[in-house]
Design a binder for this molecule. Structure first.
Ligand SMILES: [Zn+2]
Length: 409
């Protein structure tokens, strides 16, 4: 049996299975090229992928029949010469979309994202997820997902899956294992419950930690673009970190990597919701900041910071130092060159950055020859839900045949 070409070499499998597997692999290659590179002619795709033009044309035809791509777009730049211009192949407007659902401590949010990474719709619902039975809040999240799926379908998109961002430790199967800021929620099989409560059981459901997914969101479309190594530090009631090393999100074997909020900065400090003392969350979490600054609520904190209220500035200075101590420990262990400030910290970056960078400069060893850059998140409050949708969309691009039954025929 002849070997596959170098661009499409796959492990040896017999006959028909090998053909089907090769075709699935090549469909993924074409889709990935269009997602990453934008519209392109069949000839250019063939050159880029090392496939023949007739193979690429056949693959494009299958993707077009499944509604994933179209060549009904104007060539760019327009070809002035007479004759038939090569019409570029592009992602179709009615192609697959994914839902991103975020369960935060103080609200629910959801979005629809397409294969090109464009945000098609968003919706937010203010809820206090620490009050009332988790089941009722999950039902609200399910109803939010159902509304977004209906809206996406009405606007011509085809929902294929949904990702859930959760503020706690989430394992590889999507089960929430521990949630210090949402007592009573863990353990909880988030994908199974939301699939049922939303009535969207035919979709593929995934779940992850909110800071991890915010890092994925920033990597796809925000401050992490083009960065192989960075950490996103997201502050709200809890503090989480999403660690990207060598281009890949590091979650750890149980999903507990990046729990920066529970790194100790003072062994005899205040008691934390996790049961330990002196966690960074007790200095830099939203509730610690409100207590220390003498304000009530996120909006009041931001407004007091804006008018340079002395008590709030002092609380932020202390928070910045605590974050700097914890981030320096992280940098000394994994050597990341960029820290992206997300969530509440994005709004407070102009005040937090100075004390944070001072502690980093003092404590992170690489600071003397390669200082760590501290930048603000670009996606802000959308980062985690966009990353959650991205988790599913990445799977679609890796294996389109698994998500689009039309392609399997
Ligand atoms: Zn703690």
């Amino acid at each position: 049996m002849p070997e596959a070409s170098s661009a499409t070499r796959l492990p040896a499998v017999p006959g028909a299975a090998r053909q089907a597997s090769l075709r699935a692999h090549n469909l993924a290659l074409v889709l990935q090229a269009l997602v990453e590179g934008g519209p392109e002619s069949r000839a250019a795709l063939a050159r880029r992928l090392g496939l023949t033009k007739s193979t690429v044309s056949a693959l494009v035809e299958q993707l077009a029949a499944a509604g994933v791509v179209t060549d009904d777009v104007a060539p760019t730049p327009p070809t002035p010469a007479p004759g038939r211009p090569a019409s570029p192949v592009a992602l179709a407007a009615g192609g697959p979309v994914a839902l991103g659902i975020e369960i935060a401590v103080d609200g629910l949010a959801g979005c629809v994202v397409d294969l090109a990474g464009a945000l098609r719709a968003t919706e937010r619902v203010a809820t206090d997820n620490r009050s009332g039975p988790p089941r009722e809040r999950l039902a609200q999240a399910g109803a939010l997902a159902a509304r977004l799926a209906a809206r996406a379908t009405a606007e011509g998109g085809a929902p294929v899956g949904a990702g859930i961002a959760f503020p706690g430790i989430v394992d590889a199967a999507g089960v929430a294992r521990r949630a210090p800021n949402l007592p009573g929620w863990a353990p909880c099989d988030l994908p199974a419950l939301l699939a049922r409560l939303s009535g969207l059981g035919t979709l593929v459901w995934r779940a992850g930690n909110e800071a991890n997914l915010a890092a994925l969101g920033e990597q796809r479309a925000g401050a992490g673009r083009g960065q192989a190594d960075f950490v996103l530090v997201s502050g709200e009631v809890g503090i989480g970190a999403g660690l990207v090393l060598g281009g890949r999100l590091v979650t750890g074997p149980t999903g507990a990597a990046g729990e920066l909020g529970h790194v100790c900065v003072a062994p005899d400090g205040p008691l934390c919701g996790c049961g330990a003392r002196g966690c960074v969350e007790q200095y830099a979490g939203l509730e610690a900041l409100q207590r220390a600054g003498g304000v009530s609520g996120r909006a009041a904190l931001l407004s007091a910071a804006g008018r340079r209220d002395a008590a709030v500035l002092a609380a932020l200075e202390r928070a910045g130092r605590a974050l700097g101590v914890a981030c320096a420990a992280l940098v000394n262990v994994v050597d990341v060159p960029v820290i992206v400030l997300g969530g509440l910290y994005r709004e407070l970056a102009s005040v937090l950055s100075a004390p944070l960078c001072e502690e980093l400069g003092r404590r992170a060893l690489r600071g003397q020859y390669a200082p760590v850059r501290v930048v603000a998140s670009e996606l802000g409050e959308d980062a985690a839900m966009r990353g959650a949708a991205g988790l599913v969309l990445d799977e679609v691009v890796r294996d389109p045949v698994a998500f689009l039954p039309e392609l399997g025929r």
